[in-house]
Design a protein around this ligand. Structure first.
Ligand code: ADP
Ligand code: MG
Length: 684
């Protein structure tokens, strides 16, 4: 019997006392296992370097000897500048300390000292951030020190010390989770060694090997879950084979106010085909912003309802739920299909009504936020779940439904551009459909990047569009640290614009408004009773007002490229020429390149590619891609090859009959159990 480190409270680690357990809890750490899994995101390099080989601006650690008298300048009572001549590698340079004048007494000529800081080649000057005198207990000189992502209360040094202690106390008890044969085949180190090296690497090389092992593990376990799920469910004919009325679906499509694009037809055909099979559909529909995913969902839901089932449409925000409900109602009106909302802002009474109607089958299609899949929601005959613009419908959500005796087909829609191969690999248990084209007649959105001093002209632009009968969005930046500041910002911009356009209605929308108020603002903007909508990024995804032709983004350099692309996708949805104006003062070359990427292309896939390029290899541990599963260490893009290996291995493993019974795979089966992969099985 092995010891479960996830059950040992973190305070068992020597040195964790007082308020520390609580502070660690804020980082999601309560057990020793979780502490050990809290990997650093990069390393600080204190290995000694030769100054003559260091680039200007680099951070270095060097061995120095004091070669002059230290000088202190005080600025007021606290601020100070301490300079001293030192010899480093036969160079005579200045070392500078800010606000540490008390160091002065330690700097006796001839003293040997290790300095870490930023090297200024031109001025032959080192701005010291840390220094170490010889013979003082523990030393970091010559080592790599892990850097953890921490919040205020916990100092880096404490965390380093604590992890060192945790590894010493418990490192040997860390169990292996990968099958023996894979460790051998891919030359991966044992888990306990990898965890120890991540926290205490002797060299960059160690860190890289440890990372390689953990990345494989992360991706393998992820794929194991996917492949096991697929093996257990995919080939099982326990879904509903909907008896679709195809002529009725065709008639519905013909009655739409526009002709479907070839892509839309193709994808709809794929979905209709799946719906008629006795297997459960699990399909990802991806298509760039504005490609027309909603109508595909509407036709699919229509087909299921006509075949006697119910449908659910899950969306990330209440604004979107409202909007989808309105458009579905419009489309379904001639067919007597009942559409209802189920969101967090219903009153208890309303909610009870909706729940009862769903259970009795009086509602055909329900639109809502994730409240839809909660434990107390029962359907009479749920046939299809569509999720729009949000993370995929998880295995766990499926098991909630299954526990309630439902096994609906699932369609997940996303505008996050993921190359197809990547999507198939990442979502190992899904089929993928792609909308490759935008509806015909769309004029490409014209995008301009301007600086703040051109604000007057931007206002003139807004006036011109509105005078022509069009509408405009104005997006205020997102200040990550404080939602309150964001809101204030939006309120200020709103006031300015109201003042600038007394003749129009300028409305304000932000996340802190009550739901009813948000709905009203969106409704009035959709109806063109409001001409200018000042908003925070709450409208980022999905909002569809075809008469809006101008998107203005304040402080655009603060947004990610894919976010800007999403925002821009709010316009260009109708027949009129649309524009996007990015107001930004990029501070550096990358910032400029990002704005250029936006003005160069309207293609979401191309933007995603450039985004990746501009972000570069990023931190030691790689960058994170949104819309894809979130891993601790692995990066879906840069570790793509490992993901493929992991997928193949996991698929091969679960196909091996011995996997489900052999003692050698007990760890992997335990993992699957913890991940609730078998829950659905228990029912059958
Ligand atoms: P997204 O894929 O971003 O969710 P939507 O479904 O919101 O896009 O569609 C964008 C706009 O294009 C909507 O106003 C929709 O009515 C319209 N639309 C969808 N399909 C077509 C089509 N085949 N022809 C013309 N307009 C279309
Ligand atoms: Mg959409």
């Amino acid at each position: 019997m092995s010891i479960d480190l996830y059950r040992i409270p973190v305070k068992q680690v020597q040195g964790i006392r007082g308020k520390k357990p609580e502070e660690l809890l804020a980082l999601g750490i309560s057990s020793v296992g979780e502490l050990l899994d809290y990997y650093p995101f990069r390393y600080e390099d204190y290995t000694l370097r030769d100054l003559t080989e260091v680039k200007d601006g680099d951070k270095v650690t060097v061995q120095a000897s004091i070669a002059g008298m230290p000088q202190v300048h005080m600025y007021g009572r606290i601020k100070s500048r301490l300079t001293c001549k030192v010899m480093v590698d036969r160079l005579f340079i200045s070392a500078v300390w800010f606000n540490r004048h008390y160091m002065k007494d330690q700097l006796q000529p001839g003293t040997e000292i290790v300095l870490t800081g930023k090297w200024d080649q031109k001025r032959l000057q080192l701005t010291v951030s840390e220094s170490e005198l010889p013979g003082k207990g523990t030393t970091q000189t010559g080592t790599l020190q892990p850097v953890y992502s921490l919040t205020g209360a916990i100092p880096q040094k404490w965390m380093r010390q604590t992890l060192k202690q945790a590894v010493a106390q418990y490192g040997d008890l860390i169990p292996e989770v990968l099958p023996r044969e894979l460790l051998d085949k891919y030359e991966l180190m044992p888990r306990k060694q990898a965890v120890a090296l991540l926290h205490l690497p002797g060299s960059m090389q160690d860190g890289l090997l440890a990372r390689k092992r953990m990345v494989f593990e992360e991706l393998f376990l992820f794929q194991l879950k996917m492949q096991a799920y697929r093996a257990l469910n995919h080939d099982r004919a326990d879904g509903v084979a909907h008896a679709l009325d195809l002529p009725a679906v065709r008639a519905f499509v013909r009655a739409l106010p526009f002709k479907l694009t070839a892509s839309q037809k193709q994808v709809l055909a794929e979905i209709l085909h799946d719906l008629q099979q006795p297997y459960c559909m699990n399909r990802l529909l991806q298509g760039d912003v504005g490609a027309g995913k909603t109508v595909v969902a509407a036709a699919s839901l229509f087909a299921v309802v006509k075949a006697g089932g119910q449908g659910a449409l899950m969306v990330p925000t209440e604004i979107l739920a409202e909007q989808h409900k309105r458009s579905l109602e419009r489309l379904y009106e001639p067919y007597g299909i009942q559409v209802s909302l189920l969101t967090g802002s219903l009153t208890d009474r309303q909610r009870r009504d909706v729940l009862a109607s769903l259970q009795m089958g009086m509602i055909d299609v329900v639109v809502g936020t994730h409240a839809l899949i909660q434990e107390d929601v029962y359907f009479r005959s749920l046939g299809l779940v569509v999720t729009d613009e949000q993370h995929r419908f998880g295995v766990n959500q499926r098991s909630i439904l299954r526990r309630k005796g439902m096994n609906p087909d699932v369609l997940t829609m996303t505008a996050t551009p993921i190359p197809r191969t990547l999507a198939i690999t990442a979502f190992g248990d899904m089929d993928v459909s792609t909308l490759r084209e935008l509806p015909k007649g769309r004029k490409p959105i014209k995008t301009y990047a301007v600086t703040h001093d051109m604000l007057e002209r931007v206002l003139g632009f807004i006036r011109r569009e509105v005078n022509e009968g069009r509408q405009a969005y104005v997006i205020c930046p997102l200040i990550e640290e404080s939602e309150k500041l964001d809101v204030q910002n939006a309120i200020d911009v709103h006031a300015q614009l109201q003042f600038a356009f007394p003749e129009y209605r300028v409305a304000l929308l932000h996340g802190r408004m009550p739901a009813a108020e948000k709905d009203e603002v969106m409704r009035s903007f959709s109806a063109n009773e409001t001409q200018v909508l000042v908003s925070t990024t709450v409208i980022e995804v999905g909002v569809d007002v075809p008469n809006a032709t101008l998107m203005v983004v304040y402080d655009a350099h603060r947004f990610g490229l894919s976010q800007l692309h999403q925002l821009r996708g709010r316009v260009g949805r109708g027949e009129h020429q649309s524009f996007c104006v990015l107001i930004a003062d990029p501070k550096n070359e990358v910032g400029k390149q990002r704005m250029k990427a936006m003005t160069d292309t309207n293609d979401g896939f191309e933007i995603a590619r450039r985004d990746l390029e501009l972000r570069g290899p990023g931190d030691f541990f790689g960058t994170k891609q949104s819309g894809l599963p979130d891993f601790r260490l692995a990066d879906m893009v840069t570790d793509f090859e490992v993901m493929e290996q992991a997928r193949d291995e996991a698929a091969a493993l679960v196909r091996q009959p011995g996997f489900w019974t052999d003692a050698a795979y007990i760890k992997q089966r335990e993992f699957l159990q913890r991940e609730h992969i078998f829950d659905s099985e228990l029912l059958d």
